[in-house]
Design a protein around this ligand. Structure first.
Ligand code: NAD
Length: 476
């Protein structure tokens, strides 16, 4: 169905101009409505995610439902504080005065979402947009149709649709939406579409948040608790949507000497988690569709020739299943090392000494996340200092997303802007600078006619030279 994008924006702008969405009461009532969706419709959400991705209930609950309800709860708890103007100290330059930063909503915002966490990655930014007092259009991903349709139905029933709307659709609908003037566009998806969004936004000078992806490295140093490292790596790779996660470990870097121990330990833990025939495991998501299945199969075919499959490799196209697969000594110029894998394949690059990892990582685009397992203090410090990434974890994977005190977003190729917790509120707010003065303290030195005395006085004032100010005042 064609979208009348212009009419949608017009209605939302009129609601925004009425001022109702900027009140605490409206924001809180809408956040409560989102919380109700997540808590009252757990079963419907789990079923939609099963239909789209065959996502295990455990993952659907933890990564999607609980993620949204905790974001709503945090926003409801902190909303008064977030909305409050923040006092700022003033200087002698404006004395006497008071200053504050007043957060204000941006207006009418567009959120374009993706398919891998189609429930949480749609509603998480909506929580921020509503908390900040905006009116919103959410465009969920057509690639996860069951969740898209559920979001449209539930938001239609629970939220105030004069301020929050869901527009379903694919490229034509998104293109029509992108032609409109928005006050912010928040996009989650790949970098190619990110560039389309950015150029559409440029026409209207609209600010954007781009939540993109990239190749997230995992460095594995020797002399660590390898079993714990393997379990944490598996959890972040295959335990999150079978590798279809923006912050999933994309490739491992370890030393030539340590590689076989790394492979053996990960393989043995994988078997404990998913059994001898992982294609039958109920605890692994399927690949989203045949297009992505074929893309991953092509990556695998390419390395079969040049690299070594040391674990897994099985697939079942009819059921869109690919087993957790590890590839050792993959050439750096192979297809699999070019773009983000976004699936259950995990190549290992080996280096002579672990410090060589920095050259490998920094030779690629800045990743959304970077991970290192080590006990070496110096190596850890070097990793934090010299690797630029959206976020990083030492001795675990993906868990930084669960900390609302940390911003979640990319840098360089992996995106721009960030959200989660208060950062979500800030992403959809303008920080307005407000300075207040009375009619006292009107300093003549500001005004013409300019004289040497006035200049001497201002030089002393702006230079913080108390004695100079005194001298200028008494004509000394
Ligand atoms: P997708 O195919 O669902 O596309 C994302 C959105 O863009 C959809 O709503 C879609 O309708 C729209 N779209 C697609 N083509 C378009 C076009 N030509 N013009 C306008 N709109 C268009 O999702 P995807 O891009 O395959 O998502 C996977 C990517 O997203 C991966 O790179 C992944 O790393 C990244 N991702 C990032 C995050 C993050 O938070 N940083 C989270 C999840 C996924």
């Amino acid at each position: 169905m064609a979208v009348d994008a212009e009419a949608v924006v017009k209605e939302l702008r009129s609601t925004y101009t009425s001022g109702k969405t900027t009140t605490y009461e409206w924001r809180a009532s809408q956040l409560k409505a989102l919380l109700k969706i997540a808590t009252h419709h757990e079963r419907d959400i789990i079923e939609a995610l099963r239909s789209d991705l065959n996502k295990p209930e455990h993952e659907a609950f933890v990564h999607e439902i609980a993620a949204v309800s905790s974001a709503c709860k945090l926003a409801l708890k902190e909303l008064h504080r977030w909305m409050k103007p923040q006092k700022v100290k003033t200087t002698i330059t404006t004395f006497p005065s008071s200053a504050e930063i007043v957060p204000e909503p941006l207006g009418v915002v567009l959120i374009i979402s993706t398919w891998n966490y189609p429930f949480s990655l749609s509603l998480d930014p909506v929580v921020g947009a509503i908390a900040a007092g905006n009116t919103v259009v959410l465009k969920p991903s057509e690639v996860a149709p069951a969740t898209s349709s559920l979001l449209s139905k539930l938001l239609g029933e629970y939220v105030d649709t004069s301020g929050v709307k869901v527009i379903e659709g694919a490229v034509p609908e998104t293109t029509a939406l992108l032609e409109q003037k928005w006050d912010k566009i928040f996009f989650t998806g790949n970098g190619t579409v990110g560039r389309i969004v950015l150029s559409a936004a440029a026409k209207h000078l609209t600010p954007v948040v781009l939540e993109l992806g990239g190749k997230c490295p995992v460095v594995i140093d020797a002399n660590i608790n390898l079993k714990v490292a393997a379990r944490r790596l598996i959890s972040g790779k295959w335990g999150m949507n079978n590798g279809q996660t923006c912050v999933a470990p994309d490739y491992i870097i370890t030393t030539k000497e340590y590689a076989s121990e790394v492979v053996d330990t990960i393989s043995s833990e994988l078997e404990k988690f998913y059994g001898k025939d992982p294609l039958q495991s109920k605890d692994l998501s399927s690949i989203i569709n045949t297009r992505h299945f074929d893309r991953l199969a092509k990556l695998l075919d390419d390395v079969k020739v040049s690299g070594k499959i040391v674990h897994g490799g099985q697939s079942d196209k009819t059921n869109l299943r690919i087993a957790p697969t590890i590839l050792l000594d993959v050439p750096e110029d192979s297809l699999i090392m070019k773009d983000e894998i976004f699936g259950p394949l995990l190549p290992i690059i080996t280096v002579n000494k672990i410090e060589d990892c920095f050259g490998v990582i920094n030779g690629k685009g800045k990743p959304l996340a970077a991970y290192m397992f080590t006990n070496d203090k110096k190596l850890k410090e070097e990793f934090i200092r010299s690797v630029s990434a959206g976020g990083m974890i030492i001795n675990d994977t993906v868990l930084h997303l669960a900390e609302p005190g940390l911003p979640f977003g990319g840098v360089g190729e992996s995106g721009m802007g960030a959200y989660h917790g208060k950062f979500s509120f800030d992403a959809f707010s303008h920080q307005k600078a407000v300075l207040q003065r009375s009619f006292m303290g009107d300093v003549a030195a500001r005004y013409p006619p300019y004289t040497p005395w006035k200049l001497r006085f201002l030089k002393a004032l702006l230079g913080g030279d108390i004695l100079g100010i005194f001298r200028a005042l008494v004509g000394w």
